[in-house]
Every structure is written in C-alpha cells, then in structure tokens.
Design a binder for this molecule. Structure first.
Ligand code: SAM
Length: 281
C-alpha cells in the first residue's frame, strides 16, 4: 500500500534540486530540432497549490523554493536560475506571494514541442486522479501503472532522442536496486538515453545500494550532484538531495554546478553542493 503523497513535500529543497536540473537539461535538448520522448516514471500530481492543508502541514517549501523566490532579483545575475524562476512565475496567481509549486510533469510539459512525446506514470490511485486533472496539454499520455516496468516497455523509442526522470518515493527498500537495474536495461537498449535519477540523502545512506548497482551494471558517463541542505540530525530525516545524470549534455554539469552553488548559498552556512563523475566515460 503506497502512503507517500508529494503534496506534503512539494517545493522542498529536493524539488528545487531536481527541477532545476530537469529544466536545464530540457533547455539543452531543445537546441536540436530532432524529436524527444520524455518519460516521467513517478509523476505525482503535476501541480501543487501551496495553500492546501497538505502543503501547509510541514511547510517544506518555506525552506526550499521560498528562499530563492524571495531573492529572485539578486539571483537574476545567474542566467539559469533567472530563467527558471521566470518560468516558475508563469504559474503564480497575480501578487507577490507564491501560490503554486509545479511538479515534474509541468516542468516537462512547459518545454514540450509538437514533435515531442511525454509519458507520465503514477501508481497511486488518488495521486493519479489529481494528475489526470492537472492542466497539462500537448502530446501527453498518463498511465496508472508501475513507472519502472512502464519505462521498459517504451524502449527502444521511436524518436531519435530519449530523456527520462526517475524519481521514486523509495518507500520500498528494494527500489534502490530496482532503479539501478532499470537504468542498466534502458541504457543497453538506448545507448544515448539521457536519464535523471533522484535519491534522498538519509543518515542510513540507503542510496549506496543504488550507486553500487550502477557500478555493477557497468554504466559509463554518470554525473553525480548532491545538494546538502543542512547537517544530518539524528538517525532519521532527509538532510540532502542526490541526482545522477546519465549522459548529460556537454558542459551541463559545469553550468548546473555553478547555479546549485548559488542555491546552497541561499540555504545558509551548513548547505553545500558537491559534484563528481560517479562513472567516467
Ligand atoms: N516526480 C514528481 C515531481 O518531481 O513532482 C514527484 C514524485 S514523488 C517523489 C513519487 C511519486 O511516485 C508519488 O506520487 C508516488 O505515489 C509514486 N509512486 C510510488 N510507487 C510508484 C511506482 N511503482 N510507479 C509509479 N509511481 C509510483
């Protein structure tokens, strides 16, 4: 039984990390005309109003997107952050307050062209119902099904390019191994696939199973980016957000790193961004 609902976490620092990366990745892909199949294996609701009981209960967006939103004029000298925050402004109701935070389906839909396709997977029946009602247009298909299994059915893809986000809630421990296995499978079928994988940084360091799985699968060209929001507190609780990018476009790691360092500065003296090549070429 799935219990996780992203509405309680929307706009937190992990969302900032993954959505900024996703945005910069899509922007790079748009430089070429050839069509792209996008796959979001764990889509969530698509859009999250911030005045709901769920969003207000933990108020995680207050320590995630809100510090950046408040500093958006100062951050305008970072080209990527500036563009990303302008895109975010398009979803807001008139006024200075943030009213909504978008999920990955919205960020992908914003960059979708006529020649592209977007497949959204969401297994939770309630979350999927919200997703079907999300105001998303274009060549989009929404499935209530397992995202990792669904992903495999699309490869090899009919378009010249493939880009995917794998963003599980990791409610089941074996998800870490399952993600690594899926990544290996897809990379064998589509060698140039560009894939973003998100994982939480927890005191238990469960993500090691994912990292080891990627080594075992023999995947090359995997860039790792970790945004540490605060120091670990006790034995539980997410203190940072991790991303793996398979086949990132040329120079994207450098550009994204510079912006993520600015993000970490906004989060205070205990925050930092670290990057390396988990598996070089
Ligand atoms: N990607 C979303 C975003 O960035 O806005 C957030 C996704 S949230 C972290 C994870 C989602 O995966 C939850 O909505 C959960 O219901 C869904 N989920 C859990 N297990 C799944 C599965 N096996 N297949 C597809 N979706 C699943």
């Amino acid at each position: 039984m799935l219990a996780y609902q992203h509405a309680y976490h929307a706009g937190n620092f992990a969302d900032v990390h993954k959505h900024l990366a996703l945005y910069s990745l899509c922007t790079e892909l748009l430089r070429k005309n050839s069509s792209v199949t996008y796959i979001d294996t764990h889509a969530g609701r698509g859009v999250y109003p911030l005045d709901t009981t769920e969003a207000q209960k933990r108020g995680e967006y207050r320590e995630g997107i809100l510090p950046l939103w408040k500093k958006r004029k100062t951050l305008a000298n970072d080209a990527l952050l500036n563009e990303w925050l302008i895109a975010l402004a398009r979803l807001q109701k008139p006024g200075d307050q943030m009213s909504h935070y978008p999920g990955s389906p919205w960020w992908l839909e914003q960059q979708l062209r006529r020649q592209d396709k977007l497949h959204l997977y969401e297994l939770h029946p309630g979350e999927h119902r919200h997703l079907t009602q999300a105001p998303l247009t274009g060549n989009i298909k929404r499935y209530q099904a397992d995202g990792l299994k669904g992903f495999k059915t699309h490869v090899p893809v009919s378009t010249p390019r493939l880009c995917a986000l794998i963003d599980p809630s990791y409610e089941i421990k074996s998800d870490y191994e399952a993600v690594a296995e899926t990544l290996g499978y897809v990379a064998r079928k589509v060698r140039h696939a560009v894939i973003v994988v998100w994982y939480p940084l927890l005191p238990e360091a469960r993500h090691q199973a994912l990292l080891e799985g990627i080594r075992t699968a023999g995947l090359r060209k995997v860039w790792r980016s970790e945004l540490l929001h605060h120091a670990p507190e006790g034995e539980r609780g997410m203190y940072g957000s991790g991303l793996l990018l398979l086949n990132p476009p040329w120079q994207l790691p450098e550009r994204l790193s510079a912006s993520l360092t600015r993000v970490a500065e906004c989060y205070g003296k205990h925050a930092s961004h670290h990057q390396d090549w988990w598996s070089p070429e």
